[in-house]
Design a protein around this ligand. Structure first.
Ligand code: PLP
Length: 386
């Protein structure tokens, strides 16, 4: 019969996916369920992007593309980043960029430093590639950000990567240029450590955002910047992301990709090109809409006893400290709290432990206003009943 490989023995369906399934099951059973649990913009893909995909398909762009991406899309990404196309790989979502990078670089036992809270997939992708995640808790008091001292203390001879994400999913934290410079200073003394910076929420910044590539250009030969169209352009289903790194790293990632997918979808690459080269005004209007939702969600959560919610600098999540409310309700874990919230009030949010930082929960505000308001009312009612 079937037996799981040891490489994936520890990997389960993600906690977020499990929650979505539970919410769907409750809905199917006739319960009224509100989900603020996924990171998917509620906006449609812009019409001019859909049109470009349509035209590409009609024009016959329906075959395999070059493994590392179409020349046109790679060139557009390279031009925007000020690098050469040889330093760009286009993949099936930013997620595949991460997987390519880990599969291309990790040997068994190699360590990957990841500040928590981190996006849930990071630890699983590293484990699947045979690496060992080294989780460094970065709590709310330090703005959920890795300090230079913590980075220094986490580095060993086996360290291969430090994985940063700004703006962060789930905390929204953005590193200032001074903070980036301080981390870069630590890395300069440890040439065995590469730095991966996931900037997929860069266009969703409510505070000034500087790419790590600008902050530490001298680390370029061991830096991978990850980005994509999923979040900024509401294109999650098109599955286009990219990595920008040194050409030898990109070639190795391409070797992985060539055997896993042969390359990203041709029509989706045409769509991504239209998104990157077309009118960018929508990024601003959507950001302003998100900012209003953020302000509303932060204010409403802080009005609930036992919940402390800092305003995120970017992305479309809040990651409040719920320990006060947990204690009040007699919950030992954030997972118990979230499970009861779903069962009793029909609201799905994700426990902090899924991001490596218990005692918190993540609410996404990439939802319509009515759903957000319904969710906020439910969490308030849940805590008020303790
Ligand atoms: N990186 C982060 C931090 C994310 O939150 C997500 C999606 O949730 C991704 C990458 C994956 O994006 P993509 O849809 O491009 O695979």
């Amino acid at each position: 019969g079937f037996r799981r490989a040891s490489r994936i023995s520890a990997i389960q369906l993600s906690e977020i996916a499990q929650l979505s399934e539970r919410a769907a099951a409750l809905r199917a059973a006739g319960k009224d369920v509100v989900a603020l649990s996924t990171g998917e913009p509620d906006f449609p893909t812009p019409p001019h992007v859909v049109e470009a995909a349509h035209q590409a398909a009609l024009a016959g762009q329906t075959g395999y593309t070059a493994t590392l991406g179409t020349p046109a899309l790679r060139a557009a990404i390279a031009a925007e980043a000020g690098v050469s196309p040889a330093e760009v790989i286009v993949s099936t979502g930013a997620k595949q960029v991460l997987a390519n990078a880990m599969l291309a670089s990790l040997d068994p036992g190699d360590e990957v430093i990841m500040p928590a809270p981190y996006w849930t997939s990071y630890s699983d992708i590293v484990a699947m590639a045979g690496g060992s995640p080294v989780v460094v808790p970065c709590d709310m008091a330090q703005g959920f950000k890795l300090t230079p001292g913590q980075l220094q203390a986490a580095i060993t001879p086996r360290s291969r990567w430090v994985m940063l994400n700004a703006p962060s999913n789930p905390s929204g934290a953005i590193y200032t240029p001074a903070e980036q410079a301080a981390l870069a200073e630590v890395l300069r003394a440890h040439p065995q450590v590469m730095v991966l910076v996931d900037e997929i929420y860069a266009h969703l910044s409510y505070q000034p955002f500087t790419s790590f590539a600008e902050a530490a250009p001298d680390l370029k030969d061991r830096m991978l910047i990850v980005n994509g169209v999923s979040k900024a352009y509401a294109m999650t289903g098109w599955r286009i992301g990219w990595g920008i790194g040194p050409a030898d790293m990109i070639r190795a990632m391409g070797a992985v990709q060539g055997q896993v997918t042969s390359g990203a979808c041709s029509v989706s690459q045409a769509a991504a090109l239209a998104a990157l080269t077309g009118d960018q005004a929508l990024l601003i209007t959507r950001l302003e809409e998100m900012r209003q939702r953020r302000d509303r969600v932060v204010a409403a959560l802080n009005a609930i006893e036992g919940i402390r919610c800092p305003a995120p600098d970017g992305a479309f999540y809040v990651f409040p400290d719920i320990r006060g409310a947990m204690a009040k309700g007699g919950f030992d874990t954030d997972a118990d709290f979230c499970a009861a919230l779903l069962d009793q009030q029909g609201l799905a949010i994700v426990p902090g432990r899924a991001f490596g930082l218990p005692g918190h929960a993540r609410l996404s505000f990439a939802y319509a206003k009515e759903e957000i308001e319904a969710g906020l009312a439910r969490i308030a009612a849940f805590v008020a009943a303790f």
